[in-house]
Design a protein around this ligand. Structure first.
Ligand code: KG4
Ligand code: ZN
Length: 363
């Protein structure tokens, strides 16, 4: 049996988790800082790193306590060291190094984005191991988060190659900005998801950007601007001098929920269209890489509409769908500890010079 302690602090969640044999999550502690950042309508890096410093040790202690274990029982310590906010990453990386050094355990470095693609393999108890099989490879990967909207060709959990990505905003970022336009709060994704259920997704015709024929890239900035104009009308003047005729206070509640539903329909539809394009292209151009599974991860994989649409899509295209349980969609450390199991068995360890890295190469 292998027990790995995972640590995650790349953005505004301080998290620690213990995972058994790469799949069974024994504890999953996430201290969210959303309240601290809400009034700024986005993450303030300096506030985030200070909060990580306060939270990191209690969160690690709680993860051991919940799993009924002590540090002695742990085989290795894994940390998400890339990509993310540098000041936030440094807190998790320093804590992991200090623990590894003082307890004489191996240290494992994990890429946060790769870990999101591993989250679907995690289960909450032993008996779910058989009912929730692991992805089959080759697979098509999709990370939809606050920082990423990227499609991957996956040959294994560690061999992943990006084949399409957003050229402007990430989908989660677009959700958060849409919530600012609709004056809903932060983070916007869950709030839009909730009110969209009461709205008519066909009420407003918002754009689904497809980019060039054959392109597997995404673009969400046009959708965001279209939503802004639908709410406030076309502006008179440009840039800072632009004057809008109206604002969200001038709309009825029904109009606001219709706008949320129409925004969500357009954003998710754009993702589904690109998934279709990707599967068709791979099947016809490189049949030997044709995906058997569709592997999804990242905060936006919690979205109820996305979950419904990808379920239909996977069924229609005869793909095995691997989407994380709700608890493992958002930033968490279980995905870090789970993926680290593969590195552990490959004897792939980091040393105490391990840096925090703001942008990870190629992913
Ligand atoms: O993966 P994550 O926790 O952090 C990053 O690595 O970015 O993703 C956070 C993003 C935020 O933009 C948040 O608004 C979005 O995921 N999100 C959602 C939902 N829950 C979280 N977006 C749409 N629908 C949701 N239910
Ligand atoms: Zn993330």
């Amino acid at each position: 049996m292998t027990l790995i302690l995972g640590i995650e602090s790349s953005c505004d969640e301080t998290a620690a988790s213990i995972v058994k044999d790469g799949r069974v999550v024994l504890s999953n502690i996430v201290a969210s800082q959303h309240e601290l950042h809400e009034r700024y309508r986005g993450v303030v890096p300096e506030i985030a790193s200070r909060a990580h410093l306060e939270n990191i040790l209690p969160v690690i202690q709680q993860s051991l306590h919940d799993a009924n274990l002590t540090l002695n029982d742990i085989n290795a310590i894994a940390v998400g060291n890339r990509p993310g906010l540098i000041g936030s990453l440094i807190v998790g990386v320093s804590a992991a190094k200090a623990l590894a050094w003082s307890s004489n355990k191996p240290l494992i470095d994990i890429d946060h984005v790769q870990a999101h693609l591993y989250a679907a393999s995690l289960v909450e108890s032993n008996d779910q191991l058989t009912s929730q099989p692991e992805p089959q490879f080759p697979a098509l990967g999709l990370v939809v988060s606050g920082g990423h909207t990227t499609l991957y060709q996956m040959n294994s959990p560690l061999e992943i190659q990006p084949i399409g990505r957003t050229i402007d905003d990430a989908i989660g970022e677009a959700y958060d900005k849409a919530a600012v336009i609709l004056k809903l709060g932060y983070p916007g994704g869950p709030l839009i998801d909730k009110i969209a259920a009461q709205g008519d997704p066909t009420a407003y015709d918002l754009p689904r950007s497809m980019l060039k024929p054959g392109s597997l890239d995404f673009s969400f900035s046009g959708l965001k601007t279209a939503l802004l104009y639908a709410v406030r009308g076309k502006p008179v003047g440009k840039g800072k001098n632009a004057i809008f005729k109206r604002d969200v206070e001038d709309l009825s509640n029904q109009q606001i929920v219709d706008l949320a539903a129409s925004f969500q329909a357009a954003a998710i539809d754009a993702v589904i269209r690109k998934l279709k394009r990707a599967v068709n292209a791979i099947r016809s151009q490189t049949p030997e890489l044709a995906p058997k599974s569709l592997v999804i991860g990242g905060g936006v994989s919690a979205n109820s509409h996305l979950r419904e649409r990808v379920k239909d899509f996977a069924k229609r295209y005869q793909l095995h769908l691997d989407i994380p349980a709700f608890a493992f969609t958002q930033d968490n450390a279980a995905m870090i500890a789970g993926l680290a199991h593969i590195h552990y068995h490959n004897n792939s360890f980091a040393d105490l010079s391990l840096p925090a890295i703001a942008t990870s190469k190629n992913l």
